[in-house]
Design a protein around this ligand. Structure first.
Ligand code: GLC
Length: 437
């Protein structure tokens, strides 16, 4: 009896033990499965981008990257078109803290400010000198601040002069070399009623105005801020000549009065409608103007910007690159994305679809690219000689000062000489204060 009882007790104990062991194993297994599920959840990388720039990304570039990297998702947040407004959004997200952005899609002029504010991770350890050598040196330089690299160039950009080759040929005219040629050809074609307007440029008070102006200013032999000495050239005679040229395009009826409110897309649409002889724009306008449904398809050509006699034409260096937000929790994944989006394969793809300028030198002579854009081999020279907007930490404020006074001078709200004196002095005070700090 006693023996049977002890057996039963033993059975009960064993059953109980196994029951507890079962529960324990079930919980352990659930935890493991939960962890595995969590680790397999894709990481989402957020990036803010201007709405028109988002298009080529959405056309397959992101899909291909995600297919190759199943653990990573890219979430594009589409922002306003003007680069300075996009910069404001990034800036406020970093200042307020808890920025949602992992990848920072940066205009070439933002690096110094963002790096000085310590919003970006340095990337020097992640990329070798040999890998960097494949990119145009000026595009790489645009990603450095105080010797450290913060941005990998995804694409370059240079301001160019578009013109109606068909109309010039028909009239027996050579493409313009100087500002004066541009005015004369415009007026000739306008008089013949071939076009309503001679020339359109970006005149609104925003960053595009400054990029356009840097070209005219350099074409007259002037300068804005010397990044090494911080000397300011805004109140020099060359600057006033540059402003006078732009004002004359309006006063002589070559440019529409509304040009002082135009951004890139306003000017591109007007040129594309067939009403204009010359356009200052970036290379993105080429495939759009040459599209099947474009009234000027097959009728245009592109050349470096005109200049004053004895000077050389200048292209403003633009371009976009990607950095990693210091606050991002996914810097490894962000770097993978940067490697992919700046790779030769990815660049070739979005250049063919969007007409952007490569940051990788080999692509300027890539047969597929040259077959579509025959002007690309020459574009490399333009990139190499392009003018940088001063890479200084106070760039955004410096640009804001110029935008305000230049816009006032161009739209007759201020006398150009007074406007530029004020702009030069305000810029000097700003840079002096920066020096003391
Ligand atoms: C283009 C350029 C950029 C420039 C902007 C001005 O996007 O790539 O560098 O600041 O135009 O509108």
């Amino acid at each position: 009896m006693l023996y049977q009882k002890s057996i039963k007790n033993l059975q009960k104990i064993i059953q109980k033990k196994f029951f507890h062991l079962g529960i324990f194993l079930t919980i352990l297994l659930s935890i493991i499965l939960f962890r595995v599920a969590l680790s397999q959840q894709p990481v989402t990388l957020n990036m803010l981008i201007t709405a028109p720039d988002a298009e080529p990304w959405k056309q397959g570039l992101i899909k291909d990257f995600e297919a190759e990297n199943p653990g990573i998702r890219i979430n594009l947040v589409e922002g306003p078109n003007a680069t300075n407004l996009l910069e404001d959004l990034y800036t406020s997200s970093f200042i307020l803290g808890e920025s949602p952005y992992d990848l920072v899609n940066m205009d070439v002029i933002w690096t110094s400010k963002f790096a000085a504010a310590k919003w970006l991770l340095p990337l020097d350890d992640r990329i070798s000198k040999e890998e960097l050598a494949a990119f145009s040196p000026k595009d790489v330089e645009g990603g450095r601040y105080q010797g450290k690299l913060y941005r990998i160039p995804m694409r370059s950009d240079v301001g160019m002069l578009y013109y109606r080759e068909d109309l010039l040929k028909e009239a027996g005219l050579q493409p313009p070399e100087t500002f004066e040629d541009l005015m004369q050809i415009s007026q000739t074609l306008q008089k013949k009623n071939k076009v309503n307007w001679g020339y359109v440029w970006q005149g609104r008070q925003y960053e595009g105005l400054v990029a356009m102006f840097v070209e005219v200013l350099n074409g007259f032999g002037g300068f804005w801020v010397n990044p090494d000495t911080l000397e300011v050239g805004l109140d020099r005679p060359e600057t006033l000549r540059a402003i006078e040229f732009l004002r004359s395009t309006i006063s002589q009826g070559v440019s529409p009065p509304g040009v002082t409110t135009y951004q890139e897309e306003d000017t591109r649409r007007l040129f594309q409608s067939g009403q204009v002889a010359f356009l200052r724009s970036w290379p993105y306008a080429w495939p759009l103007a040459q599209a099947k449904d474009s009234p000027i398809q097959g009728k245009i050509a592109i050349k470096p910007m005109v200049h004053a006699p004895g000077k050389t034409g200048a292209a403003c260096l633009g371009g976009w690159g990607i950095g990693i937000a210091k606050s991002s929790k996914h810097s490894q994944e962000a770097w993978k994305a940067i490697q992919y989006f700046t790779s030769e394969k990815a660049q070739q793809r979005f250049i063919l679809s969007a007409g952007y300028v490569p940051s990788r030198r080999d692509l300027f002579t890539n047969p597929e690219i040259v077959a579509k854009y025959s002007h690309y081999p020459q574009l490399l020279q333009v990139v190499d000689n392009a003018v940088l907007r001063s890479p200084i930490a106070q760039y955004a404020q410096t640009s804001d000062i110029l935008q305000r006074y230049l816009s006032a001078a161009l739209s007759n709200r201020m006398n150009p000489e007074q406007a530029m004196k004020a702009a030069a002095n305000e810029t000097r005070r700003l840079l002096e204060a920066g020096r003391k700090r």
